[in-house]
Design a protein around this ligand. Structure first.
Ligand code: 1HE
Length: 263
């Protein structure tokens, strides 16, 4: 299956049910220009139905150097700035709350808007070379790609304040301990693990996938009584699906895999 890229700085190809999207602007450390942000949105929203999971990774030595600073180097324009930020919000919302699970592979710089992009993905696999920073503080600007909503939820507001006020970078080990990523692997091993995880996520039943992407984060942020009710409704919807019935029957007939112990 071939998938057309909407933008020259993004490349995309399918590996079975997994689409691999690569930020391909290594000369500028994969800094995100408007076309790339819009292209990411177009891609995740229009992948063929055979695609059931996505991996986002970066070409060259870095995942992503954030916003293309060349695009803010002009006359300050209040309305344009808001429009720009809302454009990033829409694109990253479509990643976080789209049809598909999205896994990012993080190496080298994961900074500014690059960290914001990673935070919109569901699973983050960091390689040891990865370092995380929010240089918006040093550039005299602020998070604009939804990072002030998502990143504190991952690593906590005090650490985000520290990073923004002091320019602190987190090593991959510190980022893992803080909750910025779920996996930490050796350099060069991230993409293979991400594809393996994506293949597993691609095999999840449709309604469970919907619940995990759309219901779970809303339930987690809801007041508990709304959360419990939403969970009960969602659980009931999922378990009435024929796919759920078949999967449970397979387990009872000893045809489905048992839960594995961790390695
Ligand atoms: C860029 C960008 C960029 C590199 N916009 N051009 N992000 C930042 O403040 C991070 C800025 N970048 C860096 O700190 C470093 O480039 C890196 C640590 C990521 C990589 O260092 P290095 O030594 O490998 O590369 P370099 O020599 O600094 O950069 C190579 C080229 O990429 C160079 O251009 P050249 O024409 O001189 O070769 C750099 O100018 C260019 N480049 N990063 C534009 N970001 C929705 S709001 C989000 C707000 C933000 O993301 S603010 C944070 C922006």
């Amino acid at each position: 299956m071939s998938i057309l890229s909407p933008c020259p700085d993004l490349s995309v190809h399918a590996d079975g049910a997994v689409a691999l999207i690569r930020l391909s602007r290594p000369a500028k450390r994969n800094a995100l220009n408007e076309a790339m942000v819009a292209g990411l949105q177009t891609l995740v929203s229009s992948l063929p139905t055979e695609i059931r999971a996505v991996v986002i990774h970066g070409e060259g030595d870095h995942f992503c150097a954030g916003l293309d600073l060349g695009e803010v180097d002009g006359e300050p324009d209040l309305a344009g700035g808001i429009r720009h930020s809302l454009g990033w919000h829409r694109a990253f919302q479509d990643i976080q709350f789209g049809r598909l699970p999205v896994i990012s592979v993080l190496h080298g710089a994961v900074v500014g808007g690059g960290f914001e992009l990673a935070a919109a993905t569901h699973i983050r696999v960091a390689e040891r070379s990865a370092f995380f920073a929010l240089p918006e503080g040093q550039r005299g600007i602020f998070l604009g790609g939804g990072g002030s909503v998502r990143i504190p939820r991952l690593i906590g507001t005090p650490l985000v304040q520290d990073m923004m006020l002091t320019g602190r970078s987190l090593s991959a080990t510190e980022a893992k301990a803080a909750g910025a990523c779920q996996y930490l692997v050796d350099d060069g091993a991230g993409l293979a693990l991400a594809v393996e995880l994506a293949q597993k996520a691609a095999g999840i039943a449709d309604m469970t996938r919907f619940a995990v992407i759309h219901a779970l984060p809303r339930i987690a942020e809801a007041d508990p009584s709304t959360g419990y009710l939403t969970e009960a409704l969602m659980a009931s919807v999922a378990q009435t699906m024929p796919e759920a019935k078949a999967r449970v029957r397979d387990f009872l007939a000893k045809k489905a895999a048992r839960v594995a112990r961790p390695d």
